[in-house]
Design a protein around this ligand. Structure first.
Ligand SMILES: NC(=O)c1ccc[n+]([C@@H]2O[C@H](COP(=O)([O-])OP(=O)(O)OC[C@H]3O[C@@H](n4cnc5c(N)ncnc54)[C@H](OP(=O)(O)O)[C@@H]3O)[C@@H](O)[C@H]2O)c1
Length: 289
């Protein structure tokens, strides 16, 4: 039951995005009024239309999950990546500031260079190595430069979950057809289940968290470990072999280590994100069987 006094949240990317869809579900579950905005509902690059849309709907909060997320393709399309990851959040930030709307924007572990040996916290120095990471960091900085009173930037990583294809779903589709798979073992990150990220985002909103937060499931894994755990959870007969990144060349440079520290979130909300393996099993059992 949604109360008419519940906060109204506009979720950009809520119709089709991997995170956007889970975020809409979590907000609705929390009893908040949710307006899901997809590509066909509004041209986000038409300032006048976006302004009119905001004035029409009068949201309390905008959550921006829209991004250029094709990490390798971004190396060939830096302008388009910048348009979505840098200029769009900046424009949204200006409109939100004029109307005193709270803005929640999502960013990435790819703002780091991956040379650390311990988890990155919100204040750790950034040094993106790819067009995707550089444009996402430019989006963060543009928003911070606007001086919004109520800005929340949530950096997350390695997303899997229902509603859109993702690494885990792709691995399981391949594993169902093959006797073995080779997966890189020299990149370590924070696998994150989108329904968990969405629930934690709602808790962060309730706690009125502002600034930069890292939000991921607890624990870390290599891509090979994540793939192996998914294959095991699904009970498939497929061997997962570790390979170094140079045996799986990709256009964009990835951080070798991008585990995110969620302490700031836990200190504010009292919530410790659950382990990624528990979340992975829930995903496989509930959504992939
Ligand atoms: N996926 C990850 O592993 C990961 C890791 C770290 C951080 N993040 C960040 O988390 C956030 C959510 O990522 P995600 O994986 O949920 O993204 P996603 O599934 O790729 O969804 C992106 C959304 O943006 C929309 N979009 C893309 N280009 C658009 C355009 N030109 N005009 C209008 N809408 C457009 C897409 O709409 P269509 O479906 O119509 O294209 C989709 O709804 C992003 O900020 C991303 O940078 C993601």
């Amino acid at each position: 039951m949604i109360s008419p006094t519940a906060p109204k949240v506009l979720v950009l990317g809520g119709k089709t995005g991997l995170l956007g869809q889970s975020l809409c579900a979590s907000l609705t579950k929390a009893g908040w009024q949710t307006v899901s905005v997809g590509r066909d509902d509004l041209d986000l690059f038409d300032q006048d239309r976006v302004a009119a849309f905001l004035d029409d709907h009068e949201p309390d909060i905008i959550c921006n999950t829209v991004a250029y997320t094709q990490v390798d393709q971004a190396e060939d399309e830096p302008e388009e990546a910048a348009r979505l990851n840098h200029r769009l959040p900046a424009a949204l930030g200006r409109l939100a500031k004029q109307r005193n709307i709270r803005l929640v924007h999502y960013s990435t572990d790819f703002v780091f260079d991956g040379k650390a040996a311990t988890p990155y916290c919100s204040e750790s120095p950034t040094s993106p190595q790819s067009v995707y990471g550089k444009t996402k960091l430019a989006g963060e900085k543009a928003l911070q430069d606007l001086g919004l009173d109520r800005l929340t930037i949530i950096r997350t990583a390695w997303l899997f979950g229902p509603g859109r294809t993702n690494f885990v779903a792709k691995i399981l589709a391949l594993a169902a057809q093959r006797a073995s798979l080779n997966v890189v073992h020299d990149q370590t990150g924070s696998p994150t289940y989108t329904p968990d990220l969405a629930d934690y985002s709602v808790e962060l909103l309730k706690a009125e968290g502002t600034g930069i937060f890292h939000l991921v499931n607890c624990g870390c894994a290599t891509w090979c470990e994540l793939a192996g755990a998914a294959v095991q959870a699904k009970g498939l007969q497929c061997d997962v072999f570790p390979i170094p990144s140079d045996q799986y060349p990709q256009k964009a440079k990835r951080p070798a280590y991008s585990v995110l520290d969620t302490c700031a979130f836990t200190t504010l909300t009292g919530i410790k994100p659950r382990p990624w393996l528990q979340a992975l099993r829930e995903y496989v059992f509930q959504h992939l069987t």
